[in-house]
Design a protein around this ligand. Structure first.
Ligand code: ARG
Length: 266
């Protein structure tokens, strides 16, 4: 009789203790995610980029393995302004949109141009920069118009708007287009003579021109200007505050300052 009672009391106690643990844990999780009183813990945004695009996003391998550049400063500035911690992760340009759709990233910043096609599956902020395209080649070729590359091979980055542009020009002027995943690969192919030219945007081209005397380039005339925007998940709640932040950072000269810091030319 005594033993039975003892067992019953012990069982009740154990259940009570377990239940209490469960409750307190649940309580903590609920109040944590509600964000009340969480003054010290900033939300971290995981930011995807393709760090092959100096001076927008790249690794200066001589000094560190950190991803740096105009876009990285910009996203960190926006993070500071809006109270987010920023964690940057590298991925080939070609896979960024799919990864954003799969919610591997909260944000993508990668010098990306809003296009109708991309806009169907992700959201874009208002633009933070306007851009131009260059045809870049070995100086000795002496090209002055895309028509001069007739019969040759022109390189571009996989899934980029430069790849689309190169294909249109290739049809028009009779040259072949070959794509590579990373910008440094395009430059390499130019140097080995496998490519006769490549379509790369102005600021990125200028960066290579400033370091390679043997390269030359000219702007390609296009009808519509190209922009760069930050990329968000479709329907993202971040859109309104990001747009506002970009508007303010443009108006107060911060973006201008970042251009001066990172770009060889403007
Ligand atoms: N602006 C071009 C596009 O959106 C190229 C961007 C490439 N960016 C990069 N980090 N490689 O297609």
């Amino acid at each position: 009789m005594n033993k039975k009672w003892l067992l019953a009391i012990l069982t009740t106690l154990v259940i009570a203790v377990l239940a209490a643990c469960g409750t307190s844990k649940d309580d903590k999780e609920t109040s944590g995610s509600a964000g009340e009183g969480s003054t010290d813990s900033k939300k971290t945004l995981i930011v995807g980029t393709s760090a092959d695009y100096a001076p927008f996003e790249y690794v200066d391998t001589a000094t560190s393995d950190e991803i740096i550049g105009f876009d990285i400063d910009l996203i960190k500035t926006i993070g500071d302004k809006l109270g987010y911690e920023i964690e940057v992760q590298n991925m080939d340009f070609n896979s960024l949109i799919t990864a954003l759709q799969a919610k591997k990233f909260d944000v993508v910043i990668s010098g990306m141009t809003p296009t109708e096609e991309r806009d169907k599956v992700v959201d874009f902020t208002i633009p933070y920069y306007e851009t131009e395209q260059y045809l870049i080649f070995d100086k000795e070729k002496g090209y002055t118009t895309p028509a001069d590359v007739a019969g040759g091979v022109v390189g571009a980055q996989v899934s980029s708007i430069q790849e689309d542009l190169a294909k249109v020009l290739g049809e028009e002027h009779g040259f072949k287009v070959e794509s590579r995943n990373l910008i440094p690969e395009l430059i390499q192919e130019l140097k080995t003579g496998r490519f006769d030219a490549a379509v790369i945007e102005n600021i990125v081209s200028e960066n290579y021109l400033s370091k390679n005397d043997d390269l030359a380039a000219f702007p390609i005339e296009v009808e519509e200007p190209d922009y760069k925007s930050i990329v968000l998940q479709e329907g993202s709640e971040l859109k309104a505050e990001f747009d506002k932040a970009i508007e303010e950072l443009t108006a107060d000269g911060t973006i201008e300052k970042l251009k001066k810091k990172w770009f060889v030319v403007e």
